[in-house]
Design a protein around this ligand. Structure first.
Ligand code: ADP
Ligand code: ADP
Length: 223
């Protein structure tokens, strides 16, 4: 089965905005990019796929499980755009909290979390309070949270937009590592470079609609 499939997926906020009839298929292990300017509908689309908002039309599935179902949610991790953490907690506590919300047992969490903090480059700074974290560190923390349930698909909403060039590079390297592990990635970005560096295929989105989709090289030529 496809990792992600949507057919005419639509969200109409009632003001003519949102996402209009998006049909895409993402294969397991692929990195798929959604490229478009601010307001194009990228976040709306991903929020539907992760079950945060309900579509007003069309359908979607995650490995054949309907979007919004518990079965689908178990297969995915999500890094929202500019996630705000409880800043009085330490990074490690944030990930522990997240693990709990995902239904991960204490023992499993104890085993996984230090390893995960290491993997995303937080390491011992997991003992610091989040209010002392830079934006780059916050994105690493967001990634750790997104990965805590060892999901098959990771949705990333503008993962590098708020970062400086060095931070962007770090996050791109981390995402490349995830891809190398065989994770399926779905990446929203308004930055061409994110997509060029990471994605196998891309869809260009504007005003809630897909203009072109295909391999990165093909789509950029169409542009
Ligand atoms: P992107 O992620 O590409 O920046 P969004 O999905 O956030 O785009 O937004 C798509 C469009 O829908 C924008 O015009 C935005 O203002 C509008 N929009 C987003 N959320 C809502 C909402 N809750 N109610 C009404 N309009 C919304
Ligand atoms: P994002 O780019 O992540 O979608 P936004 O800044 O567009 O973030 O939106 C922040 C919040 O405001 C979201 O919950 C979104 O649904 C809501 N929102 C965005 N645009 C509108 C709008 N035109 N009317 C009502 N709510 C909106």
């Amino acid at each position: 089965a496809a990792a992600i499939h949507t057919q005419g997926l639509t969200k109409d906020y009632g003001n003519g905005r949102g996402c209009r009839s998006v049909t895409i298929t993402v294969k397991e292990g692929e990195a798929f990019g959604f490229l478009g300017p601010n307001g194009a509908g990228k976040s709306t689309f991903v929020k539907m796929l992760v079950g945060l908002i309900r579509p007003t039309g069309g359908e979607g599935s995650i490995f054949s499980e309907g979007i919004g179902t518990l079965e689908a949610k178990r297969l995915i991790g999500y890094l929202p755009e500019l996630y705000r953490y409880q800043e009085w907690l330490t990074g490690q506590e944030v990930v522990e909290l997240h693990a709990k919300l995902c239904g991960i047992g204490k023992l499993e969490a104890k085993r996984r979390i230090p390893q995960l903090l290491e993997e995303v480059g937080i390491g011992l700074r997991g003992r610091d309070r989040v209010k002392h974290y830079s934006k780059g560190m916050q994105q690493r923390l967001g990634l750790a949270c997104a990965l805590v349930s060892d999901p098959k698909i990771v949705f990333l909403d503008e993962p590098s937009s708020a970062l400086d060039p060095l931070g962007r590079n770090d996050v791109r390297q981390l995402l490349r590592g995830l891809k190398a592990q065989g994770k399926t990635l779905f990446l929203n970005s308004h930055l061409l470079e994110d997509v060029e560096v990471l994605c196998d295929r891309v869809a260009l989105l504007n005003n809630g609609q897909v203009l072109h989709s295909g391999s990165v090289a093909d789509v950029l030529q169409e542009k």
